[in-house]
Design a protein around this ligand. Structure first.
Ligand code: B16
Ligand code: MG
Length: 213
């Protein structure tokens, strides 16, 4: 029986990727190169510092660690500024409805995100109270595709990994869920997320019946 659902944040519950992109693009421009939307795909689900390393590699820029810290902080300040005005209207289709169905069915809900801004975002969009556990970038030491973020979620909810279903939009997140021994439903394109057990375009397609399968 399914006892818990674990949700990725960015790309599943909200589309913050566009704000991450704007902030990274601004940083790239400042460093003197361009950063395309296609490049940005590589940053989905990836931690802040790993994202910066990918960005610098694309721009062919090498920097010392202290400088990197400074740039990562700067990007985050811009990002936080961009998401200040986020509200309920940013919640992706079907999310609130599906979370409500889970609550009614007594299925536990956890967040499994790489973002250190996750709690703030959930609060802004008014969904924080729906979560029984929140595991985010401040709790983990190993980034997806490592299963740590999802295993900590199962632990916090006191359920077995095999009793959890993960919702993920990133390839690295799908791999993390598989490694955790969890059933995984991809949110996005079937081609990209072909390793997932099932794929939906958005949570609007989710029903308790589909979950039970
Ligand atoms: P922050 P998720 C991830 O969130 C994003 O997909 C990824 O693009 C971002 O770099 C990462 O969070 C870290 O975010 O800089 O806010 O700590 O998809 O795991 O919910
Ligand atoms: Mg994501």
């Amino acid at each position: 029986p399914i006892k818990a659902c674990i949700f990725d944040l960015d790309g599943v519950i909200v589309d913050t990727a566009k704000f991450h992109y704007l902030a990274w693009q601004r940083l790239a421009r400042e460093l003197g190169f361009d950063f395309s939307e296609e490049d940005n795909e590589r940053l989905k689900g990836v931690s802040r510092m790993d994202s910066l390393n990918i960005l610098l590699e694309i721009g062919g820029v090498e920097l010392e660690d202290t400088k990197k810290e400074e740039l990562a902080n700067k990007k985050n300040d811009w990002y936080v500024e961009l998401i200040t005005h986020m509200d309920k209207s940013e919640i992706l289709p079907g999310t609130t409805e599906f979370l409500t169905l889970l609550k009614e069915a007594d299925i536990k809900i956890s967040l499994g995100s790489a973002s250190k801004n996750a709690k703030m975002i959930l609060e802004k969009i008014g969904l924080l109270h729906m979560f029984d556990a929140i595991i985010d970038g401040t709790d983990i030491s190993k980034a997806k595709p490592d299963p740590e973020v999802f295993l900590l979620g199962a632990k916090a909810l006191n359920v077995e990994p095999s009793e959890c279903v993960v919702f993920e939009d990133a390839v690295s997140g799908v791999e993390a869920a598989i490694s955790a021994g969890m059933y995984v439903i991809g949110v996005g394109s079937k081609e990209t997320l072909h390793r997932a057990n099932d794929v939906v375009q958005s949570l609007a397609e989710m029903t308790l019946d589909r979950l039970a399968k």
